[in-house]
Design a binder for this molecule. Structure first.
Ligand code: C2E
Ligand code: MG
Ligand code: MG
Ligand code: MG
Length: 281
C-alpha cells in the first residue's frame, strides 16, 4: 500500500488540494447565505473592573454554528469574509446585535459598555462608516457605551490616515481600543497620536506574567506607559487567579479571560451583570 501511495504522490496531493479548495469555496457561499439570513450568533465576553470588582464592559464575539460542520472559529471565517468583501455586512450585523443587546441591558438599569471588533480593512471604509453612522442614529442607546476594538495592523501602514479614520468613529462618540497590543510594531510616539481610550495587552504577554519575569516586566511597563498616555488598560487571556492578583498589584484597570468568564449568551451576561459575582482575591 505504501508503494502504491508513493507511486503517484503528485497526483494524490493535487486531488487533496482540489477538495480543500472546493471546501473553501462552498464554505464561502454558505457564509454569504449565513450573513444574509442572520444565522450568525453573537456572544459576549465580560471585562472585570479591577478597582470596583464589577463587570463594567463586554466584548462581542461572532459565532457561526455550521449545520454540518458544527461551530467554526472566527479565526477561520473572518478572513474568509474579508476576502469575499462581506466583512462590512458581517460587522454591521454584529454591531446591530450588540446595540440591541446593550439597549435591553440598559433598559433594566444595568450600566455596561460593549466592544465590537473592527477589521483593519474597515477602518478606512467610507461605506462602513456611513452605514454604521446610520445604525447609530436610529438607536437610543448612549454612544459612549460603545467601543471599537482595532488591531495595530489596521493603523500602522499610514499613521496619519489612521488618525483621521479613527477620528470619524470618535466623532460618533465611540471609544477606540487597541486590541492585541504588543504583537504589532507600534512606536510610542505613534501610540500617542492615535485617538485611543483603551489598550488591550495581548494574551501572549498576560498569560505568564505572574510566573515569568520578562513578561511581568513587559506587562508592568506597558500599564505604566498607557497610564501616562491617559489610556485605560485591559489585560486579555487571564486564566489564573495568581495572574489576576499580579494584574491588580500592577495597577491594571480591567481583566478579561476564561477566569472571569467565557464568551456567553446575552441572557447569561444579563445575569452576571445583575448578580455581580465577586472575584476578589
Ligand atoms: P480577539 O478580539 O483578540 O478576541 C479574543 C479571543 O480570545 C476570543 O476568541 C476569545 O474567546 C479568546 N479568549 C478570551 N479569553 C481567553 C483566555 O483566557 N484564554 C484563551 N486561550 N483564549 C481566550 P474568538 O472568539 O475565537 O475570536 C478570535 C478572534 O476573531 C478575535 O480576537 C477577533 O480578532 C476575531 N473576531 C471575533 N469576532 C469578530 C467580529 O465580530 N468581527 C471581527 N472583525 N473579528 C472578530
Ligand atoms: Mg477583540
Ligand atoms: Mg484581543
Ligand atoms: Mg486576538
Amino acid at each position: 500500500a505504501t508503494a502504491l501511495r508513493n507511486a503517484e504522490p503528485w497526483h494524490i496531493h493535487l486531488a487533496d488540494e482540489q477538495t480543500e479548495v472546493e471546501r473553501q469555496i462552498s464554505l464561502m457561499g454558505e457564509l454569504d447565505v449565513a450573513i444574509d439570513l442572520g444565522e450568525l450568533e453573537v456572544v459576549y465576553q465580560p471585562k472585570l473592573d479591577l478597582k470596583t470588582d464589577r463587570i463594567t464592559s463586554v466584548e462581542a464575539l461572532v459565532r457561526w454554528n455550521h449545520p454540518q460542520r458544527g461551530p467554526l472559529r472566527p479565526d477561520l471565517f473572518i478572513p474568509m469574509a474579508e476576502d469575499a468583501n462581506r466583512i462590512c455586512d458581517l460587522t454591521l450585523y454584529v454591531l446591530q446585535r450588540t446595540i440591541d443587546d446593550l439597549a435591553a441591558w440598559c433598559q433594566r438599569g444595568l450600566v455596561v459598555s460593549a466592544a465590537v471588533n473592527i477589521s483593519a480593512k474597515l477602518v478606512y471604509s467610507n461605506e462602513f462608516i456611513d452605514k454604521a453612522k446610520r445604525i447609530l442614529t436610529e438607536t437610543g442607546i448612549p454612544r459612549n457605551r460603545l467601543i471599537f476594538e482595532v488591531t495595530e495592523s489596521a493603523t500602522i501602514d499610514d499613521p496619519s490616515a489612521a488618525v483621521a479614520a479613527l477620528q470619524h468613529f470618535r466623532d460618533l462618540g465611540i471609544a477606540i481600543s487597541m486590541d492585541d497590543y504588543g504583537t504589532g510594531q507600534s512606536t510610542l510616539t505613534y501610540l500617542k497620536q492615535l485617538p485611543l481610550s483603551e489598550l488591550k495587552i495581548d494574551r501572549s504577554f498576560v498569560q505568564h506574567a505572574h510566573e515569568d519575569a520578562n513578561d511581568a516586566l513587559l506587562v508592568q511597563s506597558t500599564i505604566d506607559l498607557a497610564h501616562r498616555l491617559g489610556l485605560r488598560v485591559v489585560a486579555e487571556g487571564v486564566e489564573d487567579r495568581s495572574c489576576l492578583t499580579f494584574l491588580r498589584e500592577a495597577g491594571c484597570d480591567l481583566a478579561q479571560g476564561y477566569l472571569i468568564g467565557r464568551p456567553t449568551s446575552p441572557e447569561e451576561i444579563r445575569e452576571m451583570l445583575t448578580s455581580h459575582t465577586s472575584l476578589a482575591a
